[in-house]
Ligand binder design. Structure first.
Ligand code: FES
Length: 112
């Protein structure tokens, strides 16, 4: 089951950094958004390898986020560890609707 959380009225209002990423807090946890090819994607804030903050990562032209610590790469679309170390980055659903941008999580407000 997916629970949708509105994070902004418009994607332009999100606090984008120069590296093309922004952090939003939903259910008390930071989540990272990336804007690629005019579409928002979302993923967990911590690298699945050793927890480095992916908000400080870089985006590649191939739609990957590169971790700032050991430079492992993850596809932001599905979390696949494209540099081949066998980890998986948790990703979230994002919908840009007429009334705002929504993040889709499997966590409900009660147990989130
Ligand atoms: S903590 Fe991200 S690659 Fe090691």
């Amino acid at each position: 089951m997916v629970f949708w959380y509105k994070i902004a009225d418009d994607a332009q209002q999100l606090p984008w950094q120069p590296n093309g990423l922004c952090s939003v807090t939903v259910l008390g946890k930071p989540r990272i958004l990336a804007r690629v090819a005019n579409t928002c994607k979302a993923f967990a804030a911590g690298c699945p390898h050793a927890g480095a903050p992916l908000i400080d990562g870089t985006l590649t032209a191939r739609g990957e986020v590169v971790c700032p610590l050991h430079h492992y790469r993850f596809r932001i679309e599905n979390g696949y560890n494209s540099s081949g170390e066998g980890y998986r980055l948790k990703t979230y659903l994002v919908e840009e609707r007429e009334d705002g941008v929504y993040l889709g999580l499997s966590e409900s407000p009660e147990n989130g």
